[in-house]
Design a protein. Structure first.
Length: 437
């Protein structure tokens, strides 16, 4: 394990820097868009541009890696992300900023893919789980640190924009000077949406809904905090509390899902997250620390749904099917992330800022209903047949699924395994392929 960590330090260090820059930029843009009077809907379109670019990057960059290579791809995308930060300083304009958010999302998706595929090549079967855990800690920790740093923004100075650009630029240096050879890359094969729905309707729909709420949270959180009258420092901690809550509760919730029917945990987690979001809507500057506690509780439970849905789908799959299924699940999540901010922004413009958390609570209520529906029409997978919960980074791409120690991914294999019957050769329990749940 130590040898793998030493060999991977340039990747982890570079990833940590770009995550700080990402968290810092997202927070500053949300606050400054509000101060510039963009309006909630226009701001939501602008912030949502990141998720559109991220979705496009996750589809296009894997095809670039085989011809351009990892190092040159990472260097080019780092330059794009760094330049995009500086372009925001040229003019306060929602159209320009939206275009830059699209470029930023594209660049970050590509950089994540490079890091994830490189880590997958360096990891062994024994260290794969630890590498994924470290990847998750670094991504969420860097994001949270960037969000907190954004609290020092005074609304006019350019210093923090320059810092975000510098961090993203420096991130490529350890990788460029690394003596380690770049890995071979093969894009994970995805299953069709129809096939995914047949595997687990709850996992598929849950990932889409979770993508909506996550993008609302990260895309509009700073805008909401500014609108209710929080100071810059208070707003930074408000946004970061979601990330901190996720880091604290991801693994305890995951372990519970290994003990009970995973659908019950998805239902309970969604219920608690929805209730916490609704309670948060009743808080403001006068109840600041209660608001922070509730948003941390909300983030800790809501963001965990991402990994829970992947784990739930994996319970019906063989190891060879897991990566392809996770790839499509993450694509569905990305589609939801594109939809979330504009929908929330439009409703906030129509009904007022206070509906921000109401919308989030409503989406979680829908997921609670879906979980109850699926439990009523499909029998549970026996606990002994469930694979162990594996936390998957919310900010990652489908390539991160290859780090799952439960999955087996053969880059040379065709898609035959993806079409094989459910439960066939289940490594935890033999079950007939015709079983219904």
């Amino acid at each position: 394990m130590l040898r793998s960590l030493i060999a991977s330090w340039p990747l982890f260090f570079g990833l940590f820097l770009i995550m700080i820059g990402n968290g810092l930029l997202v927070f500053m843009l949300g606050v400054r868009a509000s101060n510039a009077g963009f309006g909630t809907f226009i701001s939501s379109i602008m912030m949502g541009g990141y998720f559109l670019g991220f979705f496009g990057g996750s589809q296009i960059v894997p095809k670039m890696l085989s011809t351009v290579g990892h190092i040159r791809t990472f260097g080019a995308l780092s330059a794009i992300a760094s330049a995009a930060v500086l372009v925001h300083l040229l003019k306060i304009d929602p159209i320009l900023w939206t275009v830059m958010r699209v470029f930023t999302g594209f660049a970050y998706a590509g950089m994540y893919i490079v890091v994830e595929s490189w880590l997958n090549a360096k990891a062994t079967n024994e260290t794969r789980g630890q590498m994924l855990s470290i990847y998750m800690i670094i991504t969420m920790g860097g994001l949270g640190l960037g969000q907190i740093t954004g609290g020092f923004d005074d609304g006019t100075a350019i210093n923090l924009f320059l810092l975000a650009s510098i961090l993203v630029s420096i991130a490529v240096v350890p990788i460029l000077i690394s003596a380690a050879p770049a890995p071979e890359f093969a894009e994970p094969e995805s299953v069709s949406l129809r096939r995914l729905y047949s595997i687990s309707p709850l996992a598929m729909l849950g990932m889409g809904l979770q993508g909506m709420t996550a993008s609302m949270t990260f895309g509009l959180g700073a805008i909401y905090a500014t609108a209710i009258g929080l100071t810059s420092v208070q707003s930074a901690l408000f946004v970061a509390s979601v990330t901190i809550g996720n880091m604290l509760l991801q693994y305890p919730v995951g372990r519970l899902s290994d003990i009970f029917d995973r659908r019950q945990i998805i239902m309970m987690v969604s219920l608690v997250a929805g209730l916490a979001a609704f309670a948060a809507s009743l808080m403001g500057p006068a109840n600041y620390w209660f608001l922070i506690l509730l948003t941390a509780l909300y983030g800790g439970f809501s963001l965990t749904i991402y990994s829970l849905c992947i784990a739930h789908a994996n319970d019906y799959l063989t190891p060879n099917q897991m990566v392809g299924t996770a790839s499509t699940l993450i694509t569905v999540n990305g589609i939801g992330a594109i939809i979330g901010p504009p929908v929330a922004g439009a409703l906030m413009d129509i009904a007022g800022t206070q509906v921000y958390f109401w919308i989030i609570a409503l989406v979680h209520a829908v997921l609670v209903g879906l979980a109850l529906l699926r439990m009523s029409v499909r029998a549970a997978v026996p606990v002994q047949a469930q694979g162990p919960f594996v936390a998957v980074p919310e900010v990652g791409t489908a390539v991160a699924a290859t780090l799952n120690p439960e999955a087996a991914w053969d880059e040379e294999a065709d898609d035959t395994d993806l079409q094989s019957p459910l439960f066939e050769d289940n490594p935890y329990l033999q079950m007939p392929s015709s079983s219904q749940d």
